[in-house]
Design a protein around this ligand. Structure first.
Ligand SMILES: Nc1ncnc2c1ncn2[C@@H]1O[C@H](COP(=O)(O)OP(=O)(O)OP(=O)(O)O)[C@@H](O)[C@H]1O
Length: 491
């Protein structure tokens, strides 16, 4: 048997005018965790779609453990070779865990199987992979972490020893990431191979042995992680020497003029939070996934109705639970879920980028020019302003969401995980946009656990169980902030 769990050679893939992969390869040694990194639009997801049989390459070949990949139509054969846990779930939310584990499984003898047996088999499978989830629970009630574990258990039970994790940590909080890494290590000890995709380069160092870098559809380098310094890795990704320069904003002028005032706001998963943001102020909100930080931010921009309390912008009260009212009052947002709340995938970059000026008529020429400006200002890798957003890579879609949030020139920005899925270099430019907006006298709330996102903030509020438990002024140390986020300290 081959030493390699998966090999791709000479792979080329074109989408219309876009060359997504240009004669690339990858060799993933059996039993290793192999990282694939690259800037937004470099071709990583396209390679994943080819390695999982979702797309056929225009040229090139794929093999698993030395055997040629099955024909694209034979999806069950692919599932036995390789599984992919995507950021977006592939399990069916309306079905139970047990049903999801055995959906489309011909290997159980086909035909109907009894509920009792299904549940028994599911319990034993979950136990084998040490997944503490009730097989009867509906998948829609699971956390992202539990859902990922169910997907991994399902993949391994089908027989696949090669698992692709496509940005698995993007929606997990710190302790859940550590648990995922522990699980990867123990599965690796049992011979499972991982291809790991992440924009968090420190994770590559933590959990992978080999790294491959793609840039602009090409393979740049493959090397042992231990031999690749972080600056070298960034240089391979960007093609430019020199480190990153995330703005800290510590020389930003401050002001006493109040822009956003939130008074005793209570709602789903949070209670009695007051907050005042002045012109030019950037406030960070950190906390675990269950801290209530997302719900609070979503209430501020009108997605959720508050139970009590009030919100005002520039002294005018804003009606709660009404996104258009919040928008009209001057609150722009980058929502948590770009697919459902952030973008209309079938519309073009230009149409999406000007969507928050809805209500006002936008001339098509003005729209196109706004689209071109968005592409240039936010470093979007795209063929042009008319390209549908569905054609863009994940990180480039996130940049369009940011452009849209700023289209109406809002006084207040509420940004939830604004750099999620965005590559290191683009992250620098998006955070630069936040800093520049603050310098123009706008206020911003940045909801994130990414320390780089929080560094741009003037102060960071930490939420725990729906309450603000700590406030950190600029200059906090990473460890003390992480400890507060994890609820390990309070004052
Ligand atoms: N279905 C499609 N139609 C047209 N273009 C596409 C399609 N899918 C991908 N592309 C283009 O192919 C290129 C590679 O995209 P891909 O999604 O593989 O990048 P990526 O490295 O995964 O990026 P990210 O880090 O943002 O997820 C991009 O320019 C993208 O716009």
């Amino acid at each position: 048997m081959s030493d390699f769990a998966a090999v791709a050679r000479g792979v080329t893939k074109r989408f219309g005018r876009t060359l997504a992969l240009d004669d690339v390869g990858i060799e993933i040694r059996a039993g290793e965790s192999h990282a694939l990194v690259g800037r937004n639009g470099a071709g990583k997801s396209t390679l994943v779609s080819i390695l999982t049989g979702m797309q056929t390459p225009d040229a090139g070949e794929v093999s698993f453990f030395g055997e040629p990949a099955p024909p694209v139509a034979d999806s069950s054969a692919w599932r036995r070779h390789v599984a992919c846990v995507y950021q977006k779930s592939t399990v069916v939310p309306e079905l139970s865990v047990a049903e999801n584990l055995f959906i489309n499984r011909q290997d159980l003898g086909g035909g109907l199987i009894s509920w009792k047996r299904l549940r028994r088999e599911a319990s034993s499978l979950l136990e084998t992979y040490d997944v503490a989830v009730d097989p009867d629970s509906l998948v829609s009630t699971l956390t992202v972490e539990q859902r990922q574990l169910v997907e991994i258990a399902r993949a391994l039970s089908i027989g696949s020893r090669f698992v692709i994790l496509d940005e698995p940590t993007a929606q997990l909080d710190g302790p859940a990431i550590e648990r995922l890494f522990d699980r990867m290590r123990s599965l690796q000890d049992k011979g499972v191979t991982f291809l790991f995709i992440s924009h968090h380069l420190q994770e590559v160092y933590e959990v992978c042995q080999t790294v491959t870098v793609y840039r602009d559809a090409r393979h740049i380098v493959t090397a042992p992680v231990a031999e690749m310094s972080k600056p070298d890795l960034i240089e391979a990704m960007t093609g430019e020497a020199g480190g990153l320069n995330v703005p800290s904003g510590d020389d930003r002028p401050s002001s006493d003029d109040l822009v956003l005032s939130v008074s005793s706001l209570s709602g789903d998963h949070f209670s009695d939070i007051s907050l005042a943001a002045t012109r030019g102020e950037v406030i960070g909100l950190a906390g675990s996934a269950s801290s209530g930080k997302h719900e609070f931010a979503e209430t501020v921009y009108g997605l959720r109705k508050p139970v009590s309390g009030s919100i005002s912008v520039d002294g005018a009260s804003v009606r709660g639970g009404d996104v258009p009212a919040a928008l009209k009052a001057g609150i722009g947002c980058v929502p948590r879920d770009r697919h459902h709340q952030g973008l209309v995938l079938d519309l073009s970059i230009a149409e999406n980028a000007t969507m928050s000026t809805a209500g006002a008529f936008v001339w098509p020429s003005a729209q196109r020019s706004a689209g071109s400006t968005a592409i240039a200002s936010y470093d979007v890798k795209a063929a042009g302003p008319d390209q549908p957003v569905s054609d863009l890579s994940g990180g480039n879609q996130q940049k369009v969401v940011m452009a849209r949030a700023l289209a109406g020139d809002p006084s207040v920005l509420v940004l939830i995980n604004p750099t999620a899925g965005v590559d290191v270099k683009s992250k620098e430019s998006l955070l630069g946009v936040v800093d520049a907006q603050a310098r123009r006298g706008k206020a911003a709330i940045v909801v994130s656990d990414e320390l780089d996102d929080l560094r741009v903030c003037d102060r960071v509020l930490v939420l725990f169980h729906g309450q603000v438990v700590r406030e950190f002024a600029r200059g906090w140390r990473d460890q003390e902030l992480i400890a507060a986020i994890e609820g390990m300290s309070s004052e």
